[in-house]
Design a protein. Structure first.
Length: 401
C-alpha cells in the first residue's frame, strides 16, 4: 500500500519554518519547567503515599477531597482509575518529612480521613484483615466453640474475606450479604461488633524520599545511556554527523514531551519514563529509515546535490512513515481516550512523542546533516557540489579499511 506515489514535497526548503516551530515549542516547555510549574514529578519520584480505594458506589471526588482537607491533607491528589463501574480511586499524598514515620503518618492520616464517621468501638468489616476478624470472633465466641475454636473461627474469617475480596470485588455493600455464608450466631456477633463503610482500601504503596531520588537518577541515566548507545550505533553504521543529528532530534523530542507535561501539569511517573524510552526508540527508528535511504541514494545519484538527495529520500520514505506512524498514533490515541486514568499519562507521552518524533526525523535530523555538509564545504572553500565526491571519498576510505 502506497499513500504518496512520486511524492515531491520540498521539506528542506521549509527547514527554517520547522526549526522556528521547534524553537517555539522548546521555549514554551523550558519556560514552564524553569520559570513556571517545573517538572511535575509523581509520588514515584518525590516520595509519599499512594492509597488505592474501592467504593460501593460511584465515588464523589469533591467529597473525598473535602474529607482530606478537613483532615489537614489539602495537598492530597484524588484520581479515578480503572473502569468507571469499578468505583476505584487513587489518593496520593506527597511525603511530609524525611523519616519512615512521616510516611506512616501519611498513610494513617488518609485512612483516618476516609473513615472519619466510624462508630465508636466497632471495626470496619470492609477494612479488617482475616486475622483481626478471627481475633474478635475468638473474643466473642458466638459459636461457644471448644478446643478447636481457633481453627473454626479461622475458617469463618477466611470465608468472609473470600466473599468480600473475591466474590464482591473487595467491598461488601451490606451485612445481609453474609446470610447463608456464616452461622446466624456469628452473623449476630458481626452486626454487634462490626459496621460496613462505603469503601475498602485495596492497596497502600509507600515510597521514601531516598527511593524517589534514586528513581529520578536511574530514570535520567537510562535516558542518557540509551541516547549514547544510539549515537555510537549510528556513527558506526553511517557517519558521526548522522549519529549526532539523530540524537539531537531525539533529545528535542524528549524535551518537547517533558515540556508538554509541565505545561499541562501532568505528573511524570515511572510508566511515563517507560513511554519516553519507547518514543526514543520509535523516533530513532524513523530517522534511521530516512538515513538508510540517503545512503542507498548516494550510490545511485552521484551527480545530484546532497541536499536534493536527502529531500528525495524523505519523500521516498514518506508513505512508509505515514502508515506506520499513523497507525501507531491511532492506537495510542485510543489508549489515551479510552484507557482510563491509570494509563492516561503513559499514553499521553506516547501521543505527544509519536507526533514530535515523526516530525523531528525530517524536520530536525535531516536538516542538521545537510547543514553540516554545507558548512563543511563552505569551510573548505567549495560551493554545493554533487554528492558523488562525498560518496566516492567514503567508498575509498571503506576500501582502504
Amino acid at each position: 500500500m502506497e499513500l504518496f506515489r512520486n511524492a515531491n514535497f520540498d521539506f528542506l526548503g521549509k527547514k527554517w519554518y520547522f526549526i522556528a516551530g521547534s524553537l517555539l515549542l522548546l521555549a514554551a516547555g523550558l519556560g514552564s519547567i524553569f520559570f513556571g510549574k517545573g517538572i511535575p514529578l509523581g509520588v514515584d519520584f518525590k516520595g509519599g503515599t499512594l492509597v488505592y480505594v474501592k467504593f460501593t458506589h460511584a465515588p464523589d471526588e469533591n467529597k473525598i477531597r473535602s474529607a482530606m482537607g478537613s483532615a489537614g491533607l489539602s495537598n492530597a491528589r484524588i484520581q479515578r482509575y480503572g473502569a468507571p463501574g469499578n468505583n476505584e480511586v487513587i489518593i496520593a499524598l506527597e511525603q511530609q518529612g524525611e523519616s519512615d514515620e512521616a510516611l506512616d503518618r501519611g498513610k494513617v492520616a488518609i485512612l483516618a480521613a476516609l473513615g472519619s464517621a466510624a462508630p465508636a468501638g466497632k471495626l470496619d468489616l470492609n477494612n479488617t484483615s482475616a486475622r483481626a476478624l478471627r481475633e474478635r470472633l475468638l473474643e466473642r465466641d458466638p459459636l461457644r466453640a471448644g478446643s478447636d475454636a481457633g481453627e473454626r473461627y479461622q475458617e469463618v474469617a477466611t470465608a468472609i474475606t473470600q466473599l468480600r475480596d473475591v466474590t464482591r470485588g473487595g467491598v461488601l455493600p451490606s451485612l445481609e450479604e453474609l446470610k447463608g455464608v456464616v452461622d446466624p450466631a456469628v452473623q449476630a456477633a458481626l452486626e454487634q461488633d462490626f459496621y460496613l463503610s462505603d469503601f475498602a482500601v485495596r492497596n497502600v504503596e509507600i515510597v521514601g524520599a531516598q527511593v524517589g531520588a534514586q528513581l529520578r537518577r536511574q530514570a535520567l541515566l537510562a535516558t542518557l545511556y540509551s541516547l549514547a548507545g544510539m549515537l555510537v550505533y549510528i556513527a558506526f553504521r553511517f557517519e558521526a554527523i548522522y549519529g549526532v543529528a539523530a540524537v539531537a532530534a531525539v533529545f528535542h523530542d524528549v524535551l518537547v514531551t517533558v515540556g508538554a507535561f509541565s505545561l499541562l501539569g501532568v505528573e511524570i511517573s515511572l510508566t511515563v519514563i517507560a513511554a519516553i524510552l519507547t518514543l526514543v526508540g520509535y523516533s530513532m527508528n524513523d530517522t534511521i529509515v530516512i538515513f538508510d535511504r540517503v545512503r542507498e541514494n548516494l550510490k545511485l545519484m552521484r551527480r545530484v546535490p546532497f541536499a536534493e538527495i536527502v529531500n528525495r529520500s524523505i519523500n521516498q520514505t514518506l508513505s512508509r512513515t505515514v502508515l506506520t506512524s499513523g497507525l501507531t498514533f491511532l492506537t495510542v490515541l485510543s489508549l489515551y481516550l479510552f484507557g482510563g486514568e491509570v494509563l492516561s499519562a503513559f499514553s499521553f507521552a506516547l501521543v505527544v512523542g509519536i507526533l514530535v518524533g515523526t516530525y523531528s526525523s525530517f524536520a530536525i535530523a535531516a536538516p542538521l546533516v545537510v547543514g553540516f555538509q554545507e558548512w563543511r564545504l563552505a569551510r573548505e572553500g567549495r560551493g554545493p557540489v554533487p554528492a558523488s565526491a562525498e560518496s566516492g571519498k567514503r567508498e575509498k576510505m571503506r576500501a582502504k579499511a
